[in-house]
Unconditional design. Structure first.
Length: 261
């Protein structure tokens, strides 16, 4: 299969753009809450919701206007019947592996990422100002950017499979360190250290699977079925994201003092 753009260019157009969206999505609520004050949170969440509509609508417009690559238009099976059983015979195993990795990554990344504000709210203790929690959460999300940028360079240097492995192993090491030191980090006076360790943990996730799992999904199938193949693998990842965000507050509630609100 042929990909005209370098690996790092593909990563910049996908994972780096998503991670930048995470940073903006954490920063905007902080500014809105500061502007409206915490006495008008009903207005604040409506403003945030309205602002959140703009990026996907603009992206949808540009995607409609964007032409498919020449190789895809030439080899696409959009106007013919796809040989389903033949595709399953050749690609079921690699699709299963890619989908499983994507499932595990999204299970971890979205679970740890979305509930970081809950963890910070519990960690800050008496300082329960919402904009402070959002500010620290924005700083945590900023760690995504150096992770995805470094991961794009690493993927070009050693290849996406090795970059994914390096990122996963490094993230596991930092995760064990964070778990071992949690008693020292779980107090308001150590919030800076917690944010740094937590941020490095999330950044290493972007160095590995965050940057490379989509790239591997697009490189391990024929051009003609790339859309279906990538879509199924991505869907398995989003199932992992749902499971992670659903189970995280249940499994960690006792340890972190998080309660459903």
């Amino acid at each position: 299969m042929y990909i005209s753009a370098p690996r790092n260019q593909n990563i910049r157009a996908t994972d780096c753009a998503i991670d930048f969206g995470f940073v903006v999505a954490a920063f905007v609520p902080m500014i809105v809450v500061l502007a409206t004050t915490e006495n008008h949170l009903r207005a604040a969440w409506r403003i945030c919701l309205g602002l959140g509509i703009i990026p996907p609508l603009s992206l949808l417009y540009f995607r409609i206007k964007l032409r498919e690559p020449e190789a895809f238009e030439r080899e696409s099976m959009a106007r013919t019947k796809t040989p389903v059983w033949l595709v399953i015979k050749f690609y079921w195993f690699r699709l299963l592996v890619v989908g499983l990795i994507w499932f595990i990554y999204d299970f971890s990344a979205y679970g740890f990422g979305i509930y970081s504000s809950y963890i910070l709210d519990n960690l800050l203790g008496d300082d329960n100002r919402l904009w402070v929690t959002f500010g620290w959460n924005t700083l945590i999300n900023l760690f995504y950017m150096p992770g995805c940028i470094f991961g794009a360079w690493l993927s070009d240097w050693i290849g996406p499979r090795y970059a994914l492995t390096v990122g996963v192993v490094s993230q596991a090491i930092v995760g064990y360190i964070m778990a071992g030191c949690y008693a020292y980090l779980n107090k308001p006076s150590a919030v800076g250290g917690f944010v740094v360790v937590y941020g490095v943990f999330l950044a290493l996730g972007e160095v590995g699977p965050g940057d490379n799992i989509g790239l591997i999904a697009s490189k391990t199938s024929a051009t003609a079925i790339r859309g279906q193949y990538y879509g199924i693998a991505g869907a398995l990842g989003k199932v992992g994201a749902f499971v992670g965000t659903y189970l995280f507050p249940v499994s960690k509630r006792g340890e972190l003092g998080i309660e459903r609100r």
